[in-house]
Design a protein around this ligand. Structure first.
Ligand code: AR6
Length: 176
C-alpha cells in the first residue's frame, strides 16, 4: 500500500534486508545493540557497526544518531531511541514523535532520499500499537509534505496482524 503519491509505503518484512539509503534502528540509550530489531540490524551489519556506535557516547530518549550501514544494503543506519512506555503520561507521545522527527532530519542532512522505519518502541519498550502508529504516521506525513528531498519512506511491520493494524491507523490519519 502506498500513500502521498507513493512517497509513503507500508509493508510487511525484515527491515535489515531493505535496499534503501538508510534504515532506522529501534535502539536503546547506549546505542550498543540489544534484542529485537536492534539485534537483527547489528547481526546483519557485522561487528564494525558496534565499533562505530561505541564512539558515539549514546543518545537521549527521543533522539537519534547516524552511522554507516557496513554489510547492510542500506548505506546508513539511523539509531533512534524511543521511549519506554509507562502510562502515556510521562511524555511518551512527544518523545516518540521526537525520535521519528530526528530520524527524518538526519536523513535530510545526510542525503538519504529513501529510508525505512520499524515500529519504534512497540516491542520490548511496550508502547501500545495503535497510539504509537498514529504518532508515527502523523510525524512522518507532516515532515514528508514539507521536505521534497525525502522521496520514499517505507514503514516496515513484522507480521500480518501488525501490518493490518497499521494500515487501519494510516487510513484514519490520512482523513484528519
Ligand atoms: N524488521 C522489522 N521489524 C522488526 C524486526 C525486523 N527485523 N525485528 C523486530 N521488529 P523492538 P523497541 C519489530 O523490541 O520496542 C532492543 O533490545 C517488532 O515486532 O525491536 O523500540 C533495543 O536494544 C516491534 O514491532 O524495539 C532496546 O533495548 C518493533 O520492531 C529495545 O529493544 C520494535 O520492537 C527497544 O525496544
Amino acid at each position: 500500500m502506498d500513500y502521498l503519491d507513493g512517497r509513503i509505503e507500508i509493508m510487511e518484512g525484515d527491515i535489515t534486508r531493505l535496499d534503501v539509503d538508510a534504515i532506522v534502528n529501534a535502539a536503546n540509550k547506549t546505542l550498543l545493540g540489544g534484542g529485537g530489531v536492534d539485534g537483527a540490524i547489528h547481526k546483519a551489519a557485522g561487528p564494525k557497526l558496534l565499533e562505530e556506535t561505541r564512539t558515539l557516547g549514546g543518545a537521549r530518549t527521543g533522539e537519534a544518531k547516524i552511522t554507516a550501514g557496513y554489510k547492510l544494503s542500506a548505506r546508513h543506519v539511523i539509531h533512534a531511541v524511543g521511549p519506554v512506555y509507562h502510562d502515556g503520561k510521562h511524555g511518551e507521545p512527544d518523545l516518540l514523535a521526537g525520535a521519528y522527527r530526528t530520524c527524518l532530519e538526519l536523513a535530510s542532512q545526510n542525503a538519504c532520499a529513501t529510508l525505512a522505519f520499524p515500529a519504534i518502541s512497540t516491542g520490548v519498550y511496550g508502547y501500545p500499537r495503535e497510539p504509537a502508529a498514529r504518532i508515527a504516521f502523523r510525524t512522518i506525513i507532516a515532515y514528508v509534505e514539507q521536505h521534497p528531498e525525502i522521496k520514499l519512506v517505507r514503514y516496515v511491520l513484522y507480521g500480518a496482524a501488525a501490518l493490518a493494524a497499521h494500515q487501519r491507523v494510516l487510513d484514519q490519519v490520512r482523513m484528519e
